[in-house]
Each structure stands twice: as C-alpha cells, then as structure tokens.
Design a binder for this molecule. Structure first.
Ligand code: IMP
Ligand code: MG
Length: 190
C-alpha cells in the first residue's frame, strides 16, 4: 500500500520507500561484515519486524538462519510496561550462536531490554540488536543497538510493519497518522 492509497489517514511521510530500502541494504551489509562466515541467527520480533526482517534478510549475502519470536508488550492503547509475555518462542537453540535480534522500533526500550535478558540467559556466543527505528527521547533504559536504521522524533508512527490497531502494517513507508485516522480506528491512543 502506498501513501496515495490512504487518502486522509496519513499526516506526514517520515521515511520514504527509497530511503528505507537503501538503509536496509546498508544494515544488511554491516551485519554481514561483522559476521562474514554467515554463521548468524537473525531473530525477528513479530509482528512489527516482519517487513524489515524480510527485506533485511534478503539483502544479506549469506545463507543465515532465521527465526521468529512473538512477544506482547503494548496492550491495546496502553504504554509499554516492561512486562512482556512470550506468545511464540524460538524454534532454534541459540546456545553458542551469534545472534542478531531484529526489531521494528525501540520506544521506551523496555520490551527489548526484557528480551535481551531472556535471550542472554540461553548463552548465545554473541547477542546484538538491529533496530530499524529508535525514538531517542522516549528511551527509558540504556540500549545501544549495534545496527540502527533511523532515529526518529518521539511521535507515533505506522507503516513498514508498524501498526495502529493492527492496521497500516502494509504501508510501504513510515509515517504519522492524522488525528482523524487515530480516532476512526477505534479507541483513541493513550
Ligand atoms: P517499547 O517497549 O516501549 O520499546 O516498545 C516496544 C514495541 O511497541 C515496539 O516493538 C512496537 O511494536 C511498539 N511501538 C512502539 N512505538 C510504536 C510506534 O510509534 N508505532 C507503532 N508501534 C510502536
Ligand atoms: Mg515490536
């Protein structure tokens, strides 16, 4: 779905398709340079990272292993609490492995910080983070991703995997929603 398919829902396009695609390509190359033998497990955090993971992994020039986790952090319309539940765990055993966690966005950082603690207890050889977006002003914990796409302002964004009430994940850009769209999609966001 393109911005023009969205009539009045979109307020502003923050990152267009070309910019996203170029940056994702760069990130894939960075990951590959750090793990040249390709012996890496990329762990996508669903659902938000699905599109990023698909593009990022395709741009890595080695047959890396992919796995996915589903965690729930944000309740509907609530803030991240740092209380995270695993809804789907990994299929692969990451003990002794070089692991890169692929995240859509670091907001408070609470979800990721919990996830990193959980994954490090499984004794991977290394544990790194590749985040597409970071809201620097929102960070509540100290997380410094090894690979970062973009720092963005402290605004609610949708597209390229990110949702508002499960919509807009299939938008090909990252943008902000109009107030009207936020109200129409159900309860107002807190
Ligand atoms: P955190 O725990 O506050 O860092 O937020 C973790 C999760 O909340 C992210 O992985 C996203 O799924 C979701 N989230 C945070 N900010 C946004 C946003 O601006 N748009 C859509 N989802 C978001
Ligand atoms: Mg997420």
């Amino acid at each position: 779905m393109k911005p023009s398919d969205l009539a009045d829902d979109l307020d502003e396009v923050l990152i267009d398709q070309e910019t996203l695609s170029q940056r994702v390509q760069d990130l894939a190359e960075e990951i590959h340079r750090a793990h040249p033998d390709g012996d890496v497990v990329l762990i996508g955090v669903l659902k938000g990272a699905f599109m990023f993971m698909a593009d990022l992994s395709r741009a890595v020039p080695a047959p890396v292993q992919l796995d996915f986790m589903v965690v729930s952090s944000y309740g509907y319309g609530s803030k991240s609490s740092g209380v995270v539940r695993i809804l789907k765990d990994l299929d692969l055993d990451i003990e002794g492995r070089e692991v890169v966690v692929v995240e859509d966005i670091i907001d408070s950082g609470l979800t990721l910080s919990w996830l990193l603690r959980t994954l490090s207890s499984r004794n991977p050889k290394s544990l790194e983070v590749c985040a597409l977006l970071r809201k620097r002003e929102a960070l509540e914990v100290d997380i410094d991703p090894e690979y970062l796409g973009f720092d963005i302002p402290n605004q609610f964004v949708v597209g390229y995997g990110l949702d508002y009430a499960e919509r807009y994940r299939n938008l090909s850009v990252i943008g902000t929603l109009s107030d009207a769209a936020q109200l129409e999609n159900g309860r107002p966001r807190v």
